[in-house]
Design a protein around this ligand. Structure first.
Ligand code: SAM
Length: 219
């Protein structure tokens, strides 16, 4: 059985009771970052062994986890934080498990995209999740295709790319879109910036925003 276990995106209190029980009961935890997951496991006194599984993992590593699952072992997949598979390498293992008929079940919990959406105050009845924008190839085409999008748009962004993304949005038809930047959600320095693309771009021009962030846009 493969369990897809959501873990907190910052605040450890956001782990669910079911996630804690599953993490204790499984044979192995396949973790994107064993050091980060180690902190969580240590905090909750969970001793289950970890196997690392990240975007640079070889096919052999994937085969090894699949072999364990075929032997009847129970494996919990966890990512760095949030819900595994959403813009992280968990997808590869989930796809293989589905293809090979392994029983699979989600243990729901935190996800940065939904937390940002609900705090945004922007329409949340219809939305489109883009994840990370391509850094080079396909970036401009994607932005051009999105600027007439009526649904709320959710983007993940790395802090060191924020200024460039604000510039690209501003210069590719999103200038007057409402924008919410949800930074460091659930953490001590949680901050929500609200405005239009153009005014947040100028207000944040001289600031170096650190930490993790999600951008939510609506025209
Ligand atoms: N699977 C994860 C999830 O469901 O939340 C997302 C993984 S993705 C590799 C990491 C991105 O999620 C970050 O670059 C950032 O855009 C967003 N993120 C994660 N934690 C966050 C937080 N506490 N506050 C704001 N954004 C966060």
């Amino acid at each position: 059985m493969l369990y897809i276990v959501s873990t907190p995106i910052g605040n450890l209190e956001d782990i669910t009771l079911r996630a804690l029980r599953i993490l204790k009961e499984v044979d192995y935890i396949a973790a994107e970052d064993t050091r980060r997951t180690g902190i969580l496991l240590h905090h909750f006194e969970i001793q289950t062994p970890q196997i690392s599984f990240h975007s640079y993992s070889s096919d052999a590593k994937l085969d090894k986890i699949m072999a364990m699952l075929h032997e009847g072992k129970h494996v919990a997949l966890v990512s760095d934080s949030g819900t595994p598979g959403i813009s992280d390498p968990g997808y590869l293992l989930i796809r293989r498990a589905v293809e090979e008929g392994i029983e699979i079940t989600p243990i729901p919990g935190s996800s940065a995209c939904l937390s940002a959406l609900v705090v945004s105050g922007l329409p949340m009845d219809k939305f489109i999740f883009i994840g990370f924008l391509p850094v080079k190839k396909g970036r401009k085409t994607l932005l051009e295709g999105l600027n007439s999008e009526k649904r709320t748009i959710i983007l993940y962004e790395a802090p060191h790319r924020l200024q460039r993304t604000l510039k690209d949005l501003d210069e590719n038809g999103f200038s007057d879109h409402n924008l919410v930047i949800a930074r460091e959600l659930t953490k001590i320095h949680e901050t929500i910036y609200r405005g239009t693309v153009n005014n947040l771009r100028s207000n944040l021009k001289n600031q170096v925003l650190k930490g993790e962030m999600v951008l939510v846009l609506h025209r």
